[in-house]
Design a protein around this ligand. Sequence first.
Ligand code: AMP
Ligand code: MG
Length: 320
Amino acid sequence: MVDERAQRIAEFIAPLRVEPGRKVKLHKDFDPRLHSSTVSRKKEGREILQTGIALLADYQARLAAQDTYGVLLCLQALDAGGKDGTIRHVMSGVNPQGVHVSGFTVPSAEELDHDYLWRYAARLPARGDIGIFNRSHYEEVLVVRVHPELLDRQKLPPESRKRIWHRRYREINDWERYLTDNGFRVLKVFLNLSYDEQRRRFLRRIDEPDRNWKFSAADVRERRRWKDYQKAFSEMLSRTSTPWAPWYVVPADRKWFARICTAAILAHTLIEIDPRFPTVDADTRAQLAAARAELMAQAPASANGRTTHRPTAAAGAGRA
Ligand code: AMP
Ligand code: MG
């Protein structure tokens, strides 16, 4: 049963994965409006998402108990691509103690005083945790690439600027490989929004007062650079989808479908890790048995051997 489910999830996400080495042309290769023939309706989608959320909760509990592997999910998208909503929905069922979300905005002076991966390394998940990067180290080859003046603020020595993008792709791949080799799985989701759907979402943010806070004038300025971003995304996908840390391009024009896809991608990785609750050895089992005997011996006479036990003082205080 579980294997069948794992198989279905693997097949569902396979078309979204960018094969390592593939040269991606975003606007030609991936359709933002796509949804699969197996899940074509929102209602059906909601049910599948609920199943996915329950599955994630179960695996996350085991990941935490095993305390050996960590998972890092990097979410990238253009403005209004649906990152926040995706995180809110996909993680809605898991224990908040086991998940850490980090958002990245314009770097601070202190951050700019360090190497460019420093601030991302500081927010990596611990073993047993799921870390989510809402924007990630990939901004360093996206917004920084589209706006080279941001690079000037990074105070790089002149020799470090040679073939900089080529080098950054390699450094990011190496860093992710290092993390993977040390037990931290890295998965990367690009929420692929269409030009027209972004326009609609921006208009909604302007027209609906409760959404005004989500909109900034900079958003339309960035939108004017749409083509440059598509190019930067295409190159990023072509150069940094690796066997150890693949990219997934998720069609994002339908929010509900993007959420199912993201949940499935995370579930797939957790199923692959297959974390187990630790089992105890004979020594520990003997200790458990001894502790049990001691606790049983403390049962009040009226408890008749039942293990539930209410201290009389607390019960009395409750009544007072
Ligand atoms: P938001 O996600 O709407 O809060 O916006 C965050 C802003 O920070 C976006 O405009 C990003 O492009 C920008 N940002 C994120 N990372 C970097 C970076 N490394 N350098 C410059 N700007 C960044
Ligand atoms: Mg924004």
